[in-house]
Design a protein around this ligand. Structure first.
Ligand code: PLP
Length: 234
């Protein structure tokens, strides 16, 4: 992937000329030269929307893929991690240098590790050996302090979830930290309003259906709510 330099005032384009896939990606707008990133967190969002050109018959619907893997850690969770931290900063729940705590199987943890690493908040991640070692390694490499609970033979059980919640609660108390509590934190919805606005702008409002696989479903709820504020016809 290479950024092609362009004269000031024009948009920059990223070229994917060497990639062969079902996606006919040649040139996608990346960002305006007037908003040069100050750090990696400025690279969150503004992901490409790419048409599927080979899998869909010519007479079929126009299907566009939002390439969330373009976010710095490779997932859309970067958006919500940043939104939760920025909301806590702005209303004083998180002071400079304060600790952040979360229990997570991986993706949110990796994104929080990036955000907290850049912003220099010590991050305590409660997790388990039931989850992918790559995710645990990624969080640790980004500077998170991991509290790895032993699972029952690598299985995710209700007891393990209860134990992770309890461990997060204790660490929050002990550190006087801020528990992002992703499953109950509504600040993350702001991130998906932004994603919906990106989709709206990228399609010039020509969107009739939005499809997404879900985990907690927060991203689907946030995106759908915002799109429906724009048009009831989605
Ligand atoms: C990489 C990634 N993308 C998307 C999702 C789904 O998002 P949500 O939890 O908002 O439904 C998850 C988690 O469940 C995830 O890990």
């Amino acid at each position: 992937m290479a950024l092609l330099p362009v004269p000031t005032g024009q948009r920059e384009y990223v070229a994917f000329g060497s990639i062969r896939s079902d996606f006919d990606i040649l040139e996608q707008p990346l960002m305006s030269t007037t908003t040069a990133p100050r750090n990696i967190l400025d690279c969150i969002g503004n992901t490409s929307l790419v048409p599927l050109t080979h899998l869909v018959p010519a007479t079929g619907a126009r299907i566009l893929l939002k390439i969330e893997s373009e976010n710095p850690t490779g997932s859309m969770k970067d958006r919500m991690a940043l939104a939760m931290i920025e909301a806590a900063e702005s209303d004083g729940r998180l002071a400079p240098g304060g600790s952040v705590v979360e229990y997570t199987a991986g993706s949110t943890g990796v994104s929080l590790s990036l955000v907290c690493g850049v912003k220099r908040y010590p991050l305590h991640i409660v997790t388990s050996d039931a989850f992918a070692q790559e995710k645990l390694d990624h969080m640790a490499l980004l500077g998170a302090r991991l509290h790895v609970l032993k699972s029952d033979g690598g299985r995710m059980t209700e007891k393990l979830t209860r134990d992770m919640i309890e461990a997060a609660r204790i660490i929050t108390e002990e550190t006087g930290g801020f528990w992002t509590d992703q499953l109950n934190n509504r600040d993350q919805l702001a991130a998906y309003r932004v994603m919906a606005d990106e989709i709206w702008a990228q399609t010039s409002g020509e969107i009739h259906a939005f499809v997404q696989s879900v985990g907690t479903a927060a991203s689907l709820r946030g995106t759908a709510k915002r799109l429906r504020e724009r048009t009831a016809d989605v």
